[in-house]
Design a protein around this ligand. Structure first.
Ligand SMILES: Nc1ncnc2c1ncn2[C@@H]1O[C@H](COP(=O)(O)OP(=O)(O)OP(=O)(O)O)[C@@H](O)[C@H]1O
Length: 261
């Protein structure tokens, strides 16, 4: 049971972006999807959600082929937080979160009690209640990111697949978001999250999938995969472990040139 990725190969245009990727993901755990830019992390998430076609292989959700499930069932079971969601509609934040209930109700039915409860829980969890009535185009990037997470959580998916959910959050809200992802897994849900900060991964991941150039270089318990020597191979820079932190070495410093020179 869980999400089984079976020998997945994906082509986009002329490029093979995933080669024969296989892994068994379990509910109740946070799986971090790591790898350099262009490694294939977003493509893997999208292939798992059946949003892009696969060349070969398949993804099974509790034994059922994802590609064979109808879109509504898929949406109920797997919640997707994409990397950078454009918001076409300028609507109150609460209305956006309400859209997360769409897979659970018929298009013209009003919100039921269960819908309202799920929306309330999702907004409380993401600390978005205080700007519930504000228009989405008037929110900051980080506020919008939390509202978008609330929309996904309102759907109460069994699995949450999040693509760089920390990107526009300040440090306090990053830690808060990590805590929420961890908490969602602790409730028995599956969480798959694309991260760039390896210390964040070390903090919350139970398992890690490490991708490089479309290939799965390592998959396993976080403490086994997050080893400096393995990370160095994949990222091409050194890492030092200090507590839960994995620090690039030598410490990256951007040369400073005073303005006007
Ligand atoms: N529509 C497309 N057509 C052709 N190639 C694509 C397409 N989308 C992505 N790619 C290529 O597929 C590869 C994997 O991209 P993907 O976005 O999955 O990587 P990623 O690991 O999520 O990267 P990042 O960390 O930069 O977000 C890249 O080389 C990218 O250029």
């Amino acid at each position: 049971m869980g999400l089984s990725i079976e020998r997945l190969t994906v082509r986009l245009g002329q490029r093979t972006v995933l080669h024969d990727v296989a892994a068994e993901l379990l509910p109740g755990r946070v799986t971090a999807l790591l790898g350099p830019n262009g490694a294939g992390k977003s493509s893997l998430l999208r292939a798992m959600l059946a949003l892009i076609p696969v060349e070969s292989g398949r993804v099974l959700l509790d034994g059922s082929d994802m590609a064979a499930l109808d879109a509504r069932t898929r949406a109920r079971r797997l919640g997707y937080l994409p990397q950078s969601a454009e918001l076409a509609w300028n609507i109150p934040a609460r209305s956006l979160v309400e859209l997360g209930r769409a897979p659970h109700r018929s298009p013209f039915a009003g919100l039921g009690e269960a819908d309202r409860a799920a929306i309330g829980r999702a907004m409380a969890l993401t600390d978005t209640v205080r700007f519930a009535e504000r228009l989405t185009h008037e929110l900051s990037g980080g506020e919008r990111a939390r509202v978008l997470l609330a929309r996904v959580l309102a759907g109460e998916p069994d699995w949450l697949l999040a693509d760089e959910p920390l990107a526009s959050l300040d440090p306090a809200h990053q830690l808060d978001m990590l805590g929420r992802l961890h908490g969602y897994a602790a409730e028995g849900h599956g969480v798959v999250v694309v991260l760039h900060d390896l210390s964040h991964a070390a903090r919350i991941a139970d398992d890690v999938m490490l991708l490089s150039e479309g290939r799965l270089v390592a998959f396993g318990a976080a403490e086994e995969v997050l080893r400096p020597e393995l990370l160095e191979q994949v990222y091409g820079i050194g890492f030092e472990r200090i507590g839960v932190h994995l620090i690039p070495t030598p410490p990256a410093r951007v040369p400073h040139s005073p303005a006007g020179r």
